[in-house]
Write a protein that binds this ligand. Structure first.
Ligand SMILES: *[C@@H]1O[C@H](CO)[C@@H](O)[C@H](O)[C@H]1NC(C)=O
Ligand SMILES: *[C@@H]1O[C@H](CO)[C@@H](O)[C@H](O)[C@H]1NC(C)=O
Length: 512
């Protein structure tokens, strides 16, 4: 029988393995993810989502245990991402240009190597740091430099570049938006936090569709609703997401990557538990780089990367095939065969991410029951250019490992096993890589765009540049769905920026 301290350590280890390994574990939790609903009645305050309601809401729930879907990467806020947002036509347009950078950054507390005050701030709510465990980060960015991709601050300007990964993290632990923004104010009288709640209806009044409140339920049943169209807007269209594949495994002769079979020791667990240090302080992603594909260059966008690579500095461990078959929805035999050569060796992989997709999907209601899951069709690869970009990304990942002196000194090489199902293509050819991505790809969980911001007269817009739902009054959408274009890179930081902009807009509206 396990002793008590042993059991505790096992539990800590298991929790952290889950955190380290699989974004898909988090994705699976989407089903159970509780929505937070902020409601207020005092227009003077800064946390308005809906004004003027008088519902009787108790405030006994505490969200400390809300699961966080995000891995907390803090990446890529260059303003190029935001220039096309919001439209240019007169009036209030806070989104173009530089303001959103200063806005976001001013709430940060940055601890990093690029201490440029134009792009990074100190003393804000949100902690941004590199984990204590840096892993292969230096090796990787040195190799990238050798193949022409310099080490630089990817949150400053856009160009090809490589950087260690930053997290919203404090002392080795997640520092998410709940801890940064919500927890400190959760006792405010006019803030209501509802776990296990589901909004079923927005209440409108008057000819101008004034939103005056919401109906929501906790666990009860709900009769079918008749939904009447008040404002005809393309809600649910324009769904964009980052789709990716893992390129590798790349085998090396030295133990430069984390090998969970060997390195997940009691001392590694204790070092994390006591000081937030060591391999468990990192998700396994240790560096990232942005690259410009030929597709972008041919569109005169040489200064706007469309490929993101993320270094997964972990060896293929004993359990990898089981995990990957679950994450990538492949049969276990497929992953067993594919990962066999790398098992027991030192290895790492490179996530190849389509940073600026052309394909768009949609999300659609499946009936009138608000509790029924909607239809979600990401429509990946509908536009063949997306595959061209990923094929180039795969080849550049291989090039980095096989043609940089740094990785050559470690005898770095792509393993020799073709992905099962793609063997009939010449190994490493463009056709092979295309087949590879069609069989072996995964969302990075960045869906957005389904309530796109734009000019009020644009047929593609759901909200205007003040995030108001066009055709209604008093109703705003403030989340990643308002992005007209998916940002180039992890959407964690841009989504926090949207929330901050939304808070500023609401404050200035009610102060007028
Ligand atoms: C992992 O274990 C190997 C083999 O014991 C060792 O050489 C390497 O330094 C360890 N790495 C870490 C990060 O602990
Ligand atoms: C390409 O970009 C340059 C610099 O922004 C611009 O001057 C030029 O007109 C563009 N060419 C095309 C074909 O869009």
């Amino acid at each position: 029988m396990a002793s008590f301290p042993g059991l505790v350590l096992t539990i800590i280890a298991v929790i952290n393995i889950i955190q380290i390994f699989s974004s898909s574990v988090w994705a699976a939790k989407e089903d159970t993810y509780e929505r937070i609903l902020n409601l207020k009645s005092d227009p003077e305050d800064d946390i308005t989502i809906f004004g003027g309601n008088d519902m009787d809401l108790d405030t006994t729930f505490r969200p400390e245990d809300l699961p966080t879907l995000c891995r907390n990467f803090y990446a890529a806020l260059p303003k190029r991402n935001f220039n096309p947002w919001g439209g240019k036509r007169g009036g209030f347009n806070p989104w173009g240009g530089k303001r959103q950078l200063t806005n976001t950054e001013s709430t940060n507390n940055y601890h990093g190597e690029w201490d440029n005050e134009r792009f990074h701030a100190h003393g804000g709510y949100l902690e941004v740091e590199q984990p204590s465990y840096k892993g292969m980060e230096e090796t990787y960015c040195k190799a990238a430099e050798e193949v022409g991709v310099p080490r630089l601050d990817l949150n400053a300007e856009f160009m090809e570049g490589c950087s260690p990964i930053y997290y919203t993290q404090k002392n080795g632990r997640r520092y998410d938006t709940y801890h940064a923004f919500l927890k400190p104010i959760q006792d405010r009288q006019n803030l209501f936090i509802r776990k296990y709640s589901h909004v079923t209806k927005i209440l409108f009044q008057g000819a101008q569709n004034y939103a005056v409140g919401v109906e929501y339920i906790r666990h009860e049943d709900l009769e079918s609703l008749q939904i009447k169209v008040l404002a005809d807007r393309p809600v649910g269209k324009n769904l964009q997401d980052h789709v990716s594949s893992l390129i590798g495994p790349f085998i090396v002769d030295e133990p430069i990557s984390v090998d969970l079979d060997k390195n997940l020791t009691v001392s590694a667990v204790l070092s994390f538990a006591k000081r937030g240090e060591g391999i468990l302080s990192s998700s396994g992603i240790q560096a990232t780089s942005f690259l410009v594909s030929e597709v972008a260059k041919s569109r005169n966008q040489s200064d706007w990367p469309d490929i993101q690579h993320m270094l997964l500095g972990k060896s293929v461990n004993r359990q990898a095939d089981v995990q990957y078959s679950r994450n990538y929805n492949t049969r276990l035999e497929v992953m067993e065969k594919f990962l066999k050569e790398a098992k027991g060796k030192h290895s790492f992989q490179i996530m190849n991410i389509l940073a600026r997709p052309f394909s768009k999907g949609q999300i659609k209601l499946d009936g009138t029951d608000p509790l029924r899951s909607p239809h979600l069709d990401p429509n990946y690869f509908e536009n063949g250019l997306d595959l061209n970009v990923l094929v180039e990304g795969a080849k550049r990942a291989v090039d980095l490992v096989e043609n940089s002196p740094t990785f050559q000194a470690l005898n770095g090489r792509l393993h020799k096993i073709a992905f099962p199902g793609c063997e009939h293509f010449s190994f490493r050819s463009d056709d092979y890589w295309e087949c590879y991505h069609r069989h072996y790809s995964l969302t990075v969980h960045h869906p957005c765009g389904t309530c796109a911001m734009g000019k009020t007269d644009s047929p593609d817009a759901v909200v205007d540049s003040q995030l108001r739902v066009i055709g209604t009054k008093n109703l705003r959408v403030i989340d990643a769905s308002i992005m007209p274009h998916l940002t180039t890179g992890n959407i964690h930081a841009p989504t926090i920026m949207i929330a901050e902009m939304g808070a500023d807009i609401i404050k200035s509206t009610w102060n007028e």
